[in-house]
Design a protein around this ligand. Structure first.
Ligand code: ASP
Length: 330
């Protein structure tokens, strides 16, 4: 990616209509979970609760009527793209979906900065997924309208982490004093990176469970420990399964491997079966950002501790809350 032209100073974002709610999110980008404090999370989660009630009672509302979202996806997506779309539609807004960038001018070589500067002429907010770490920040540097990071390579996936944390809160009723095991591709899994950082805001004990080549990057382990958390790295999930409140498993990120033989050697390293769940606590929450490609057997879906489809539903409420917040309507 070669940025072109001059980044827009963020000061240019001051010309705003007066009819917005001053919520600390209005007009802002959502690039990294590092932007969130515990107070901000309480706010977003309370708006998400309201969105849940709204959808259950009325199905939709006209809070964002007249607003347009562009969904700009350079990488495949099922849940993130469609839940942002559902969130916007349920709030009365409209969506420009660009899911196949090879049908757009990107395939002619147009740069990311030019693409976002074009699309913001048509829309009020842009949700971006891109394969390169740091791409969302680059887009935000050039766009005057809010950019929401929907995954930048192996970097971050902040809206997934928000919905993951919101799910933990819903399932267990608290966020402090929890033990969580992150299992699978901790090296490449951006959801793991974002969720680990968010959980670092709380009193959390971390167990990072991965084969040697998929361990969490050393700087992240060091960051967690520097914040005073217990962080234990193990390879065998049996060592921790009976002791954790949350079991968060991810798929091995095939698209990040240059050598598929290496991928094949690790892809089936962890498979959650009913026999393994029998060793977990009665209230352990089993989570997965999805898609699963074999890490959780279908037989586990009936287990009430399996929360991954509840995570999916919560994602829409979180994204409704975020859209309403950055557009100054929450
Ligand atoms: N859907 C998540 C992501 O986009 C998790 C995954 O793909 O494994 O990062």
């Amino acid at each position: 990616m070669s940025p072109q032209g001059t980044p827009k100073p963020h000061a240019m974002r001051t010309a705003r209509p007066a009819d917005h709610v001053d919520n600390g999110f209005y007009g802002q980008d959502v690039i990294s979970v590092r932007q969130f404090s515990r107070e901000k999370l309480v706010y977003i989660f309370s708006v998400a609760d309201e969105m849940r009630t709204l959808v259950r009672r009325f199905g939709s509302a006209d809070l964002l009527s007249g607003k347009v979202l562009t969904n700009l996806f350079y990488e495949p997506s099922t849940r993130t793209a469609s839940s942002f779309m559902a969130a916007m539609l349920r709030l009365g807004g409209r969506v420009i979906p660009i899911n196949e960038v090879h049908y757009s001018s990107v395939s002619k070589g147009e740069s990311l900065p030019d693409t976002v500067r074009t699309l913001e002429c048509y829309s009020d907010v842009i949700v971006l997924r891109h394969p390169e770490v740091g791409s969302a920040q680059i887009a935000a540097d050039y766009a005057a309208k809010p950019i929401i990071n929907a995954g930048d390579g192996q970097g971050e996936h902040p809206t997934q982490a928000l919905l993951d944390l919101y799910t933990v809160q819903h399932e267990l009723g608290r966020l402090d004093g929890l033990k969580i095991a992150m299992v699978g591709d901790l090296k490449n899994g951006r959801t793991v990176h974002s969720l680990t950082r968010l959980l670092s805001l709380y009193d959390t004990e971390f167990y990072f469970v991965a084969p040697d080549i998929l361990r969490l990057p050393a700087d992240m382990v060091a960051e967690v420990k520097a914040r005073g958390h217990k962080a234990v790295e193990v390879e065998d999930v049996h060592e921790v399964i009976g002791d954790v409140d949350v079991l968060y498993i991810t798929r091995v990120q095939k698209e990040r491997f240059t050598d598929l033989a290496v991928y094949d050697s690790v892809k089936d390293h962890y498979i959650i079966e009913p026999a393994l769940m029998a060793r977990a606590r009665p209230n352990t929450v089993l989570m997965h950002p999805l898609p699963r490609v074999g890490e959780i057997s279908y037989a586990v879906d009936q287990d009430p501790r399996a929360a991954y489809f509840r995570q999916v539903e919560s994602g829409m409420f979180i994204r409704m809350a975020l859209l309403a917040a950055v557009l100054g309507k929450a």
